[in-house]
Design a protein around this ligand. Structure first.
Ligand code: ATP
Ligand code: MG
Length: 492
């Protein structure tokens, strides 16, 4: 049997010839119809192929069909080596050109030992109506042709295989994004949406992140387990999401770690600015408009909302008094008209998290002790990660990245100093930076760092002395005040 496309074009030419002949010989239509029915029956015996058409656009509003885009990506990743005519396109949201088979080109693919044929085709409309929608004048489509004996395999498994592999290929090729939420006052403009985005291009990775190697390995292990845990999460009945609380002093790498996680998992980042959110209802809308394979970040959570223990307690007393005056049902309505801790908690572990694929939520703070326990309990913030002052191990990572040195005689002095002084990786990184004034010299950079750490040590010691001095002064003052009180009592 000839290849399907050779047979198809031969049959096509034969039919065109027949119709032309029938017209020339004035053969009546019913007779011709009878002949065609008979011809189709014979054809189904001698030509045992069936085909599925996958159109580029579909529906009343001409949306792009996902099966077409995933098939395109699949063919681009799997079959282009077998095609002779290719085309390259820079798709929307992609950071690399997509090379795929050109129009009117054919390729074959083999799935579980079964051969299938893909034809890329273009149909041009004869209609003179001008359409707003793309694809109305010109429709591209793929014809997937297969032996009729393999119909079940193609419909049941091969198309799903195309979807899965094509989605994975699209994901590899896409430009990742950094989203920020727009103030709700601008949502009602038809052009603006809840989130705006730019390309996410932060270069921080786990290789450039200076921290204890064991801790780093544990975090990477946790992320890999999460990424590969779809079936496991389903089995244990948990939404596929994970929360990380990053805490530590300013400049210890919390934001850098978020970028490292995003680059490692190849996820988008949604940087949620809570101060721009006024109510729980707005928060719900914002969360619902995030997509799967994303990281939702709330930086400096202790500064953005009244979520700290003390403020909450004070407020509780006030709220309790006010609630007593409210009518039944009014309380819930009022909670939705402002942003509350319970509103935030609802969305961390509420229903939203179950839809649309895996998500990670990350909070950062300089003061974890100020946060409400409910907010950071395990199950919400599953892993608490402390980013601390620079240790010698962390310094070695920075030295390797910044100066490309793994050993140096000055490392010994730096090791001793780092054990005594609290200095952030940000300060160490700045001290190591290659500069023209340091002639890009490794020794000059390390010397400069030693000077900086020694200066920090001195400053810390002076601050400590100052603290002791003021402590002593205040206790002397207290003692004096006490003496005065006693003297007054005696006088009385
Ligand atoms: N652990 C680290 N490893 C590598 N570089 C670091 C690290 N910590 C800080 N840096 C450097 O310092 C800069 C500031 O760090 P980063 O913004 O990640 O700190 P942060 O903990 O988020 O601080 P803040 O609490 O003020 O937001 C980074 O751009 C990076 O160059
Ligand atoms: Mg930060």
């Amino acid at each position: 049997m000839a290849e399907p496309w050779a047979a198809t074009s031969a049959i096509g030419t034969f039919i065109v010839l027949l119709i032309t002949m029938a017209r020339n010989l004035n053969i009546p239509f019913p007779l011709m119809d009878l002949f065609m029915t008979f011809f189709r029956k014979v054809l189904s015996v001698v030509y045992p192929y069936e085909q599925i058409t996958i159109n580029d656009y579909r529906g009343e509003y001409m949306q792009r069909d996902e099966l077409y885009t995933t098939a395109e990506a699949y063919l681009s990743s799997v079959c282009t080596s077998r095609a002779r005519k290719l085309k390259a396109e820079l798709g929307k949201g992609c950071d690399r050109p997509l090379v795929t088979i050109d129009d009117n080109e054919e390729v074959t693919d083999t799935f579980r030992g079964t051969k299938v044929w893909w034809y890329s085709r273009k149909r041009t409309s004869n209609s003179s109506v001008i359409s707003f929608y793309p694809g109305n004048e010109e429709c591209k489509y793929y014809c997937l042709t297969f032996h009729k004996g393999h119909r079940q395999l193609v419909e049941g498994e091969y198309l799903n295989h195309i979807l899965k592999e094509g989605r994975a290929a699209l994901l590899c090729n896409r430009q990742r994004k950094l989203f920020t939420n727009n103030p709700s006052s601008s949502w009602y403009n038809y052009r603006s949406s809840v989130w705006s985005h730019v390309a996410f291009e932060h270069p921080a990775t786990f290789d450039t992140l200076a921290m204890d190697p064991e801790k780093k390995a544990a975090i990477i292990d946790d992320l890999v387990t999460f990424r590969e845990g779809k079936e496991y999460y389903q089995k244990i009945g948990k939404a596929w999401k994970r929360g990380y609380l990053l805490y530590g002093p300013p400049g210890t790498g919390k934001s850098s770690m978020i970028s490292a996680i995003a680059n490692f998992l190849e996820y988008d980042v949604y940087d949620l600015e809570l101060t721009a959110v006024k109510t729980n209802t707005e928060l719900r809308k914002i969360f619902i408009e995030t997509t799967g394979k994303s990281i939702i970040v709330i930086e400096d959570i202790d500064c953005t909302l009244e979520l700290t223990n003390k403020r909450k307690e004070k407020k509780k007393e006030k709220d309790d008094k006010e609630k007593e005056k409210l009518l039944p049902g009014q309380e819930e309505k009022d909670d939705n008209s402002k942003l509350t801790l319970s509103g935030l908690l609802n969305f961390i572990d509420g229903l939203w998290s179950a839809c649309g694929g895996e998500r990670i939520i990350i909070f950062t703070t300089n003061h974890p002790e100020k946060l409400d326990e409910a907010l950071i309990r395990r199950g919400r913030m599953d892993m608490h990660i402390e980013l601390s002052y620079c240790t010698f191990e962390a310094f070695k990572v920075l030295a390797k990245n910044y100066l490309e040195v793994e050993q140096h005689e000055l490392f010994r002095i730096i090791r001793t100093l780092l054990a005594e002084v609290n200095i952030t990786p940000a300060d160490v990184a700045e001290g190591l930076l290659r500069k023209k004034s340091r002639n890009n010299d490794v020794r000059a950079c390390l010397d400069n760092l030693i000077i900086e750490i020694q200066a920090k040590k001195q400053a810390d010691e002076e601050a400590e002395k100052e603290k002791d001095k003021s402590k002593a002064e205040s206790s002397t003052q207290k003692a004096l005040d006490l003496d005065d009180d006693k003297a007054d009592d005696i006088k009385k």
